[in-house]
Design a protein around this ligand. Structure first.
Ligand code: ADP
Length: 487
């Protein structure tokens, strides 16, 4: 809720950042530019004041050889045909040593340049100084310099220049900077908004597609990479491609789950229907022999049902990430035990089969005794199930010392499996011959469980088979290396 209130689209945020950054840069640039300009202008004014003061002094030097006083100097300068200070905005004022005004330039009219006694004092001591003051309606920059005649300081010269044109120029520059800055920010804001909108359009597409898929469950939908992404191989193109890939995977998982649900319901329904049918028949009262047959069949289906439910539970746990135990166990002992159980099964199958253990190396591994027993038994059970009367089932457990692994193989001389079925054999509910498998008590989950358990142990399972000749299922499981039996 809190987050929603402050929700600001990334488009706006990017634009705002962009504009803020540009504003900061423009401000910095503007300030540097403005103050540099101001300093330069002032330096030029000061320079020109300096020059004018020098001119006055040198004119004086030319005219007077003896030592006149400030009043005489003022007279001399005022009568000079070249009145330097006739033009407006340039002023001069001549003071005697006590700071009294003795003369001024025509440009001053009735006005007076303000007099700062401290600055007169320092000028009389041979130091020039600069100040600013208000004269009538203008700011004026004033330079105080000592006037000398015949090698003696006779008074103080004030030369001033109006800062009006300078301030006007600076004002115009300020206005221009604000205008240009404002326009630049506006262009940046609008441009940034459009650009980010354009750049983010594919992201919007991804979002829309994801929403649509969530609503319609149509996992065939894809983001058309060719149109809106124009073959882009950037981060967003990557995102879209990854998204498409994810949807494909999701679709596959969804389909598999749907199929799995359908298969599961079907598998559960068949024994339930048979049980229900038998119960109906039994409730009608039958001769003992037929009743017994119906009861046997019901028991058989109930057993099948409970086994199926057990298998499903295991696979569901596998999907939920159930981990197997990893305790030190001897695969040979587990194999022997499963083999004994299989021998019992072979007897009840009513077929004559030759079951034998060809080799049984001691194989210490880290694993789950119960689950591994289930694996070996499932393979033996399949071998017995799909091997006709008179055939043989051979089991072998061998320890290999390349990378140390235990290799267990179950070989039969049964019906075999043709090549096209081999890649699917370990899928849930996959059966080469459904009717036959069911008739023999199979559910199509056995090998899926084998694969899951072997994978969880870090091992592999493989199959080789030839129709009519038989099959070999081979497991390889990593050995507990620290405890290898001596070779
Ligand atoms: P099922 O319960 O049907 O045996 P499995 O997952 O154990 O299910 O096996 C899947 C299918 O693989 C079986 O239906 C069968 O067609 C085939 N299969 C498994 N083991 C053998 C084997 N030893 N010989 C021939 N076919 C086999």
């Amino acid at each position: 809720m809190f987050r929603k209130v402050f929700y600001l689209p990334i488009r706006w945020r990017l634009t705002a950042w962009f504009v803020e950054l540009l504003a900061a840069v423009l401000l910095l640039f503007g300030l540097i530019f403005y103050f540099t300009l101001q300093t330069n202008f002032l330096a030029r004014i000061d320079e020109s004041l300096n020059r004018r003061a020098d001119e006055v002094q040198s004119r004086l030097d030319l005219i007077t050889k003896n030592i006149p006083n400030a009043q005489e100097i003022a007279l001399i300068l005022e009568n000079d045909p070249v009145n330097e200070f006739a033009e407006p905005g340039l002023y001069a004022q001549i003071l005697d040593r006590t700071g009294r005004v003795q003369g001024d330039s025509a440009s001053l009219g009735k006005a007076r340049l303000p007099i700062d006694p401290a600055l007169i004092e320092s000028a009389l001591n041979g130091q020039f100084s600069l100040s600013e003051a208000q004269v009538s309606s203008e700011r004026v920059r004033i330079r105080y310099t000592a006037l000398t005649a015949g090698g003696q300081v006779v008074g103080v010269l004030q030369v001033g220049e109006s800062l009006k044109p300078f301030n006007e120029t600076l004002g115009r520059v300020r206005g221009l900077l604000f205008l240009v800055g404002g326009v630049a920010l506006l262009v940046a804001a609008v441009g940034g908004w459009f650009l980010t909108r354009r750049a983010l359009r594919p992201v919007v597409r991804v979002t829309e597609t994801a929403r649509r898929i969530a609503r319609t469950r149509d996992f065939d939908e894809r983001i058309p990479l060719s149109n809106s992404f124009k073959g882009r191989f950037d981060e967003i193109g990557d995102l879209a491609a990854t998204f498409n890939h994810m949807i494909e995977e999701l679709g596959r998982v969804f389909d598999t789950n749907r199929q799995f649900m359908a298969d599961t319901s079907h598998e559960l329904r068949t024994p339930l229907t048979i049980i229900q049918g038998n119960l109906d028949v039994l409730s009608r009262g039958l001769p003992p022999a037929e009743s017994q047959e119906a009861l046997d069949e019901t028991r058989e289906e109930a057993t099948r049902l409970s086994r199926l439910v057990g298998d499903l539970l295991l696979l569901a746990q596998a999907d939920a990430g159930l981990t197997v135990e990893r305790l030190p166990v001897d695969l040979a002992a587990i194999t022997r035990q499963s083999f004994r159980r299989a021998e019992g099964l072979a007897v009840t199958s009513g077929k004559t089969l030759h079951l034998k253990i060809e080799r049984l190396d001691e194989a210490p591994i880290l694993g789950d005794e119960y689950r591994l027993g289930q694996v070996v038994f499932n393979l033996l059970e399949n071998a017995i199930r799909y091997t006709p009367d008179g055939g043989s089932v051979t089991l072998s457990l061998e320890v290999l010392r390349g990378p140390p692994v235990a290799r267990l193989s179950v070989r039969d001389t049964g019906v075999g499996i043709s090549l096209e079925h081999l890649p699917h054999l370990f899928e849930r509910f996959y059966r080469v011959d459904k009717a036959r498998s069911r008739a023999l008590g199979g559910s199509g989950l056995g090998l899926a469980i084998v694969k899951y358990i072997v994978d969880a142990h870090g091992g592999q399972v493989a199959v080789q088979s030839e129709p009519g000749q038989g099959s070999v299922f081979t497991l390889t499981l990593p050995l507990r290396a620290s405890n290898l039996p001596p070779s």
